[in-house]
Write a protein that binds this ligand. Structure first.
Ligand code: FE2
Ligand code: FE2
Length: 192
């Protein structure tokens, strides 16, 4: 037997004048109405709880910290093999993260903000600069004024701050729970 929550039973009693007894022993339309309402209720609740369980800010910020840690370890390492491994791990992770943002997360922000979404264009320009830094570090080139590693370090810090304090909380506060859940599941599905 389903575990109906009290809130739902109260809702059915007030809104449809249907009690649990009628829902199980009543007429066919009463039983169906109750079953359909319960299905919708459970679905709405699961969407709500999923979105509450982990915000987009939490999920994406955690990925920032993870990548930042890999990058810092790479910078400190004196062992060539280890440096190479860490760099490849960082590069793959950052490319994936930027892909999530450009393909899954930013489009709904642009849709909602329209002409006011200049910050997104700025963030994408920074992504492209990070891609140049990644290529620069990978090829071992030396950039005259500031090294690609230093540029990446500075850019990453400013960029992550803009997202963690601006875009991610905006998404959490402004998009519907259903869309946020879809965004997070698309991102999670691409992880495995
Ligand atoms: Fe980004
Ligand atoms: Fe990010």
């Amino acid at each position: 037997m389903e575990q109906y929550d009290k809130e739902f039973l109260d809702y059915m009693r007030t809104k449809y004048k249907l009690t649990l007894d009628e829902a199980t022993n009543g007429t066919e339309p009463q039983v169906i109405k109750f079953a359909v309402a319960w299905d919708v209720w459970k679905h709405a609740k699961s969407i709500y709880y999923d979105a509450k369980k982990e915000s987009i800010t939490d999920f994406m910020s955690k990925d920032h910290s993870r990548l930042d840690h890999i990058f810092q370890t790479f910078r400190k390492s004196k062992n060539d093999n280890e440096r190479r491994q860490l760099f490849l791990e960082f590069k793959a992770g950052l490319e994936r993260h930027m892909g999530w943002e450009e393909n899954i997360l930013f489009p709904p922000v642009k849709r909602e903000l329209g002409d006011d979404s200049g910050m997104i264009d700025e963030l994408i320009m920074q992504h492209n600069r990070m891609r140049e830094d990644l290529n620069g570090i990978a090829s071992g080139q030396i950039n005259s004024s500031v090294s690609f590693e230093t540029d990446m370090e500075q850019l990453l810090a400013a960029h992550d701050k803009m997202e963690e304090e601006g875009i991610y909380p905006w998404v959490d506060d402004n998009l519907e729970n259903k869309e946020k859940t879809e965004i997070l599941s698309k991102i999670r599905n691409s992880v495995s």
